[in-house]
Design a protein around this ligand. Structure first.
Ligand code: 44T
Length: 850
């Protein structure tokens, strides 16, 4: 076995001695021969070491050996991966990249490993490099498009396209610099824009820091392109690690930053500013009347913020955060125990929970109902370090809010006003004409409990672990307090608080406050999309009936076969079972639904042990024999063999494939899985789904453009930024809510593509679809979704309002001007599982055959 740390020495010393040296030549040729022999006998580890030696000693062989070296690397690292030697795996890749730094195949493959290990940023960097080296390399392209969102998040485009925000920041910076702040630090510089504003306004010294490697490199490119590379010093580091004079020569008089997320503090602005005040900024201006030279004092842009909140009823939020059904595909959920989404802001913060999620309230399907007026949750002064430091130790503040409309409390929505200086501010409110999202603090505990206009809602605001926390703790009704945290009330766990009898409700609320029962913290966590899936009645009903049909067909077939063979005709006496495998990702009840049809042994792919427990509880409560449910991943030995026979003697009656990701894309490797699965089916067996039909529509949507790339030819605030950041444009927009997208429909819904999962010979080349334009406009995008056919008669649509899926859209490279009646030729391509499209104007209006 090779020792990955014993790297062959190379470099300058080796090169100097590289004259004709017979002993060396001998070593090279014998090692090359050994490498080839080892490769042949599948001893990849030793082959790899021999190749390293040869190629380091004799780089002339690089081109000759490239293919075999790659092959050896991939095979060897596959082995390392399967035995969990991850560090060795990456060492091998690093050695390979030292030899072949510009090998796009190695880069792409290393990216795939990084991605699987959860190093998304690094993975994306590798795909990006591979693609730069070979722009037409489809594997790297597909991988890059799937991860580009992590590398350069989409809000960069929105921010740079938000001219109002850009101008306000620029003016505030200009004013500060002109009034004497001559040394500036831009914390979290992103593309470098705020730092460049400071320089342009005349600042003598400008520093910038950025923690993301990709953004740091981008900022360097942008600053150079704008001729400021000599005058802005960019550091690749987190501001918290910066020191004077190591990183910047002296303290600065102005910090500019926009490190704020929808919940204001999520990017760590409080911690960064406390550190900046203590280590990087000049002391603040003292009293208002005291005259101090601006250049001798420090200040921050933005100067502060006001945070607002509002209680809302919203079905869309509810179905993503709590179980709203009592029965799923015929199975009662009563025994499931408490299921929670991982977003919760209870009074005792929990590491595993996110306190909030983000949504654009104005774009929520089905809208929302405000239950209170907006209230001020917090005012914060970024120029007051004592206030910043005191924030996390401050007692939670209780706010009483009059309820203004009757409704179920589903969430507290939060937004803020960012005060850049005394005059100018930006708002992220739901009514604003900007595209910022709001923070959503879902409420889990008030299922079925209606707030009424005479009620008062008590909300607690605190700041812990650098997050702003909002928690609705109680309702004041008729002078009494009803506590909302269900976890205080074990009797009610799993049951909705009844709203039939307010008196009884009140008594039970009071009773539970007086009991000493331990707080039950036992619940199972489901991702928001898993929760929405459980709440999707139609999806489970469809699977239930398609499975029932198949199972009864197979049972009849067996009976007939037995009759034919003269054996005992009663199916119930057979010891054989039907085998069903559900390979859905994440939490799925489909295996259990299959098992509930009797004489079915079902295998679930649920991995998390808490979630497996939920399934086991449901098996018991549904009277399914316990041995009829197994966990597939506990059963198979390695993940590579995900799709195998259930046992040596048996084949599957049904395999359920998870074909569409929540984000709206077809799952990677779906078609490969389908062809494997087909080979593992018994006669008459099926894979679900059987067919997927891709549907789409031509639309004009400026919003999609604004989120995809920096638009227009005009420089951003006079700076050349767009061409650099637009390298990270991705042609497919994911997680789209088509029902609330601001757009103009330019055609009917059309069928774009059919994926036949049961047909081994399906041919997936390009498909041309002619679409007639129904109104004049500019086609900027083609949103698409899927009709998933479980069998001939049963289908589910990923566009349905009750679905857990979002949609995706191809954003065209060039918008296409069209008139009503025109025909557009869409070329739809499916490479692996990635859909791409291009559109051409076919002809002017006129009768035409489709
Ligand atoms: N928010 C927009 C933009 N960083 C998110 O790596 C703004 C969203 C927004 N670098 C509501 C309102 C708004 N030291 O590239 C990122 C990040 C970097 C740092 C160095 C640090 N301490 C940090 C912290 C973050 O800064 C860049 C921007 S942060 C994300 C901004 C009206 N919803």
């Amino acid at each position: 076995m090779p020792n990955a740390s014993a790297r062959p020495k190379h470099g300058r010393r080796a090169r100097r001695r590289r004259r004709e040296d017979p002993a060396r030549n001998e070593l090279v040729s014998s090692s090359l021969e050994s490498a080839q022999q080892c490769l042949f006998s599948q001893d990849y580890g030793t082959a790899f070491v021999h190749y390293l030696l040869v190629l380091n000693l004799a780089p002339v062989f690089k081109e000759f050996a490239r293919e075999s070296f790659r092959f050896t690397l991939f095979k060897w690292t596959e082995e390392l991966d399967s035995v969990g030697r991850i560090q060795d795996l990456f060492d091998c890749y690093e050695q390979a990249l030292e030899l072949f730094p510009a090998d796009e195949v190695i880069l792409n493959s290393m990216g795939e490993h990084l991605f699987r290990m959860g190093f998304r940023d690094e993975a994306a960097g590798h795909f990006h490099k591979a693609l730069k080296l070979r722009p037409d390399y489809p594997e790297a392209r597909e991988n890059f498009y799937r991860v580009a969102n992590w590398l350069v998040e989409r809000w960069h485009f929105l921010m740079l396209n938000d001219h109002g925000r850009n101008r306000k920041y620029q003016q505030a910076i200009q004013k500060a610099v002109q009034s004497g702040c001559s040394t500036v630090l831009d914390i979290g510089t992103g593309t470098g824009i705020l730092g460049m504003c400071a320089k342009k306004a005349g600042a003598a010294e400008v520093y910038a820091c950025e923690l993301s490697k990709t953004m740091y490199e981008l900022a360097c490119e942008v600053v150079t392109a704008n001729g400021m590379d000599g005058s802005i010093r960019i550091l690749h580091m987190k501001s918290l690690e910066m020191e004077v004079p190591k990183d910047i020569p002296r303290r600065v008089s102005l910090v500019v930053t926009e490190t704020v997320d929808a919940g204001l503090f999520g990017e760590g602005i409080i911690e960064s500013l406390i550190h900046a005040w203590n280590h990087l900024l000049l002391p603040p201006q003292r009293g208002e009347n005291e005259f101090q030279e601006q250049s001798a004092t420090g200040r921050v842009i933005p100067a502060g913020a006001t945070v607002f909140g509002m209680a809302v009823e919203c079905l869309e939020i509810r179905r993503h955060h709590r179980l709203c059904v009592s029965e799923v595909g015929g199975l009662s959920m009563a025994a499931a125990g408490e299921l929670r989404s991982p977003v919760s802001c209870s009074s005792e913060p929990d590491e595993s929970m996110e306190p909030y999620t983000t949504e654009r309230l104005s774009r929520l399907p089905g809208g929302y109902k405000p239950l209170t007026e907006p209230f001020t949750a917090l005012n914060i002064d970024f120029n007051n370090v004592q206030e910043l430091e005191g924030l996390s130790s401050r007692e939670p503040q209780r706010i009483r809010l009059p309820v203004t409309q009757e409704g179920e409390l589903d969430a507290l929505a939060v937004w803020f006003q960012l005060h850049l200086d005394e005059e100018s501010s930006l708002s992220t409110g739901p009514q604003e004409d900007t595209c910022w999202e709001q923070a959503i603090y879902p409420v889990h505990s008030t299922k079925g409990f209606l707030l009424k206009p005479q009620d008062e809602l008590i909300v607690e605001v605190s700041c812990r672990d650098a997050y702003l926390r909002l928690c609705s703790v109680a309702v004041l009704r008729g002078g009494r307090e009803i506590h909302l945290d269900k976890r205080l009330d074990p009797q009610h766990s799993g049951n909705p608080v009844s709203n039939q009898n307010p008196e009884a409700e009140l008594c039970s609320a009071l009773a539970c406050l007086q009991t000493d029962q331990p707080q039950t913290k036992d619940f199972s966590m489901l991702e928001c999309s898993e929760m929405a899936l459980l709440n999707n009645h139609h999806y489970h009903q469809s699977f239930c009936s398609a499975l029932a049909k198949l199972i009864s067909q197979l049972k009849v077939k067996w009976q007939n076969q037995e009759r034919g063979s003269g054996a005992q005709p009663d199916f119930a006496d057979r010891s054989d079972l039907l085998y069903v495998l559900d390979v859905s990702e994440g939490f799925s009840l489909l295996s259990l639904i299959a098992a509930s049809h009797g004489r079915v042994k079902a295998y679930s792919s649920v991995e998390k042990s808490k979630q497996q427990e939920v399934l086991k509880r449901l098996v018991r409560s549904s009277n399914i024999p316990e041995e009829h449910l197994e966990f597939w991943l506990n059963h198979v030995e390695d993940e590579q063999g995900m799709l195998q026979r259930p046992s040596r003697e048996r084949l599957w009656s049904a395999i359920i494939l998870d074909c569409v990701e929540t984000c709206g894309l077809i799952r990677q490797k779906l078609m490969e899985k389908a062809s494997l699965a087909r080979c593992l089916l018994e006669d008459g067996g099926r894979i679900f789904p059987q067919k997927i039909v891709v549907h789409g529509m031509l639309v004009e949507s400026d919003m999609l453009l604004l989120e995809s790339a920096v638009q227009g030819q005009e420089p951003t605030l006079g700076f050349n930024i767009a061409p650099f950041i637009n390298q990270f444009t991705v042609p497919v927009h994911v997680f789209l809510d088509f029902s609330t997208l601001e757009c103009k429909h330019l055609s009917e819904f059309v069928e774009l593509f059919v994926l036949d999962l049961m047909n081994a010979n399906a041919n997936y080349t390009d498909r041309e679809v002619k679409v007639q334009v129904t109104s004049a406009g500019r086609i900027t995008a083609v949103p698409f979704w899927y009709h998933i056919y479980l069998d001939q008669d049963t289908s589910v649509s990923t566009l349905s309002p009750s679905s857990h899926w979002k949609q995706a859209a191809v954003v065209l490279q060039q918008p296409l001007e069209v008139r009503a009646g025109d025909w557009v030729r869409l070329t739809v391509r499916l490479h692996k599982s990635t859909i791409s499209m291009s559109a051409l104007l076919e002809s002017a209006a006129g009768p035409m055959e489709q």
